[in-house]
Design a protein around this ligand. Structure first.
Ligand code: CO
Length: 134
């Protein structure tokens, strides 16, 4: 069902500071930056092999990431698995009895189609499915 880990999502309140950590200290190249209105975040992708670290800074305290930061502070937010066919992956996780946050895919970073599974059915790990734009 899943091809590989596409990215890990990290919630940050200081985007420049986080970019400095990942790019200057860890040597990861900044590959993409995008304001994603639907998620109310500024997002930056850094390359690590074929995968990515996705830094997420909230654009308002109402955003999901903003609420996460208020509760937990900066840190690991979600893990994203890549799939070729998110519609069929969603059917499979639904059939497996997992709780979906998104019953239908939404548009994510770089035109991908994404859907989140509820952490209460995934062992406490907020889990994202990603079908990259073709
Ligand atoms: Co993500």
């Amino acid at each position: 069902m899943f091809g590989r880990i596409d990215h890990i999502g990290v919630a940050v309140d200081d985007l420049d500071g986080a970019i400095a950590l990942y790019s200057e200290r860890f040597g990861m190249r900044e590959q993409h930056r995008e304001t994603i209105e639907a998620f109310d975040v500024e997002a930056v992708l850094l390359e690590v092999g074929e995968g990515h670290v996705e830094l997420l800074k909230p654009l308002s305290s109402e955003s999901g990431i903003g609420k996460f930061l208020e509760r937990n502070g900066p840190g690991l937010h979600h893990v994203a698995y890549q799939t070729d066919d998110i519609d069929s992956a969603l059917e499979q996780v639904k059939a497996a009895g997992l709780d979906l946050i998104d019953k239908e895919p939404r548009t994510g970073i770089r035109g991908s189609r994404v859907a989140f599974l509820h952490p209460k059915s995934t062992g406490g790990v907020l889990t994202e499915l990603v079908e990259p734009a073709h």
